[in-house]
Design a protein around this ligand. Sequence first.
Ligand SMILES: C[S@@+](CC[C@H](N)C(=O)[O-])C[C@H]1O[C@@H](n2cnc3c(N)ncnc32)[C@H](O)[C@@H]1O
Length: 388
Amino acid sequence: MRFIFVLSDGSLSFLEIEQYLRGRGIQFTVTTSTDRFAILEIPSVKTKEFLNLGGIFKVGEISTEGDRLTEVVANAEIGWLPSKLRWSVSYYSIPGIKDEFIRETEGILAEKLKAGGAVKARRIQQDISEQGLIEVSSKRLDNDMFDVLLAKGGNKYYQGRTITNIPSDSFRERDLDRPFQESTISMPPRLARILVNLLSLPSGKKVLDPFCGTGTILMEALTLGMNVSGVDSNLERINGTKENLYWLANMKRLSSESFGRRIKKGDARKLVGINEESIDGIATEPILIPRLTKYPDQRSGHEMIEKSRKIYLDSLVAMQRVLRQKGTISIVTPYLRIAGQQTITFNFRNLVGEAGLRVSDEFVRFPLFPRHAKEAKVLRAFWLLKKD
Ligand SMILES: C[S@@+](CC[C@H](N)C(=O)[O-])C[C@H]1O[C@@H](n2cnc3c(N)ncnc32)[C@H](O)[C@@H]1O
């Protein structure tokens, strides 16, 4: 079967999909990928697996492809439909498409839906999010909803039907309903999910976040069935992380007996009490830049970056020690925007080498960046590191 994944964060989302499938031993080949979507041939997969991804908006099953849009739509396999139906169309990477052309395409679709049995089909407009991407909420994607996906990749057009929306509500719930929150330091759960999926680990493996803060990354790892450990130098945050994990474990009826032992106040530069080579994967976002209300000037920007660099180096050495051989680290580093909009950072590749690790550049060249708010002062750079 061929699937189209609508990506929220470009190449980062695409890599997440690949790493997730690899980690679960699911075979796939890539047909095409752009910044907005990727099309993959996956011979055997349970589509509920896709609900575990953090970096996609929705997934559709491709039914036709071809050189002309109208032909692709005309050949669409619609199947039997209920008589009452709401339908919509989402276009991806089809630039400059004329209204007239859209009308023609949608006219063909409307006829096909009728012929399929949907005599009372009603066209609805989807909500268009601020990025111009269209998100159908999972509640609306039921038997009475038919969301057609039309995409152009290379010289080919693809047509499919949305089969899965990512459960935004559950990400939102973990973000906003958890008992301990500190919005100034925590990362969005979707990005935390990407970070965990980049590790390419099956459930049951040991995942550590040595700068766990409010526990966002560990919550996503726990949701995926990982065995989680966390360290933070701030006691209040350690207690908060435990509280959040107990809350989640209780909601999902998961075992929480090890949290007392595995979530500990400590220094990420030492990782005292964690055995050598005992951890399967590390997912973390140290950042270590204080909260900024305005763009810093050159000098203070460089000072902040230098302070951060030192802690990154020492903690990478400690991570290298506790990580098992062939283990993976997914980590976020800061790119600081200073006055004048220039970004500054440290030479992370050098630090990685000094710590006896390597940047995993087999599949893509790191770092990869998620979408950022225009006014963001610290940009997140995602890296994947390996211990050989
Ligand atoms: C950016 S926050 C992590 C936020 C976390 N990803 C979340 O979503 O809540 C960085 C964390 O590192 C902790 N920290 C700073 N220096 C540390 C050190 N040397 N060892 C361990 N934790 C440290 C801070 O207390 C802070 O909670």
